[in-house]
Design a protein around this ligand. Structure first.
Ligand SMILES: C[S@@+](CC[C@H](N)C(=O)[O-])C[C@H]1O[C@@H](n2cnc3c(N)ncnc32)[C@H](O)[C@@H]1O
Length: 264
């Protein structure tokens, strides 16, 4: 009982954090909600994550009912809609959903968006052909519960496409030591929270977890045909050569993004 209460308190903190910092807004100074703003968010996302269209199958689900969980600003949801999928996006935060609705109106595309909790989806069993979720379910307190919700709302034979942070990645192995070293060199104060999640999702982010392939297999044991791959974004603060080496040697097996596909 107490655990459940703690989890709800933590979820409220998660919600406050993402309501204040809708994912993607940090990369542009333009006015939120304008066409230029949405264009810039999209351009930036696929410049640093050029693998997205192919790996996430944006054009492969024409006519299928697709749910995105934790859609943020809806950048990927928009690509699925352009590819002909019948899209619904949910997010914990009102701010993101407000922006997603504006965005679909700006580009005159059909799509539904509503606030909802991944751990308790407001949809009937067997509703969707595809459930997509990128960088979300590691931020919610009860990840296994959210995964079991994805299973419930998928139709038999439906597909899940999901990204979770990868624990056996260079980012997690090197993140904390490198961050501490940089701070020491710059003579900045060290804190207990100098870890890999802060490098990625900001100093005040209340919750971020990373998983191994076998942990994901255990959480997803009701799915069949599980497939795993990894990718890394291009890091803007790294020298070009380091990015090239990383992209060629490590990103596809020790990348920070663990991409999982499976069938109900
Ligand atoms: C890192 S952002 C990713 C957003 C988007 N998928 C993207 O890639 O830009 C995490 C998102 O997950 C949402 N989120 C976190 N916990 C959630 C939950 N329990 N239910 C629904 N959305 C959640 C947050 O509100 C936030 O928009």
């Amino acid at each position: 009982m107490i655990e459940e209460k703690d989890s709800e308190l933590l979820k409220a903190e998660v919600k406050d954090y993402w309501n204040e910092n809708p994912c993607g807004t940090q990369f542009t100074g333009l006015q939120w909600g304008s066409r230029e703003f949405f264009d810039e968010v999209e351009k930036f996302r696929y410049q640093v994550q050029p693998f997205m269209s192919e790996v996430m199958e944006f054009s492969d689900h024409r006519g299928e009912r697709l749910l995105e969980i934790g859609c943020g600003l809806g950048t990927d949801l928009l690509q699925f809609a352009r590819g002909g999928a019948i899209v619904t996006g949910v997010d914990l935060t009102e701010k993101s959903i407000d922006l997603v609705r504006k965005r679909f109106a700006v580009y005159n595309l059909p799509g539904e968006a509503m606030t909802a909790d991944a751990e308790q989806l407001p949809f009937a069993d067997n509703s969707f052909d595809v459930v997509y979720s990128f960088g979300v379910l590691h931020h919610t307190p009860n990840t296994p519960k959210a995964i079991s919700e994805t299973y419930r709302v998928l139709k038999p034979g439906g597909k899940i496409i999901m990204m979770l942070y990868h624990r056996q990645s260079l980012h997690v192995f090197l993140g904390s030591p490198v961050m501490r070293l940089m701070k020491r060199l710059r003579k900045k104060e060290l804190s207990a929270t100098d870890d890999w999640i802060r490098i990625y999702d900001g100093d005040r982010n209340p919750l971020g977890k990373a998983y191994t392939r076998s942990e994901v297999r255990a959480m997803m044991n009701r799915f069949s045909s599980l497939e795993f791959t990894t990718r890394d974004p291009i890091r803007r603060n790294w020298p070009g050569a380091a990015n090239i080496v990383n992209q060629h040697l490590f990103a596809s097996w020790m990348g920070f993004y663990l991409i999982i596909k499976g069938i109900k």
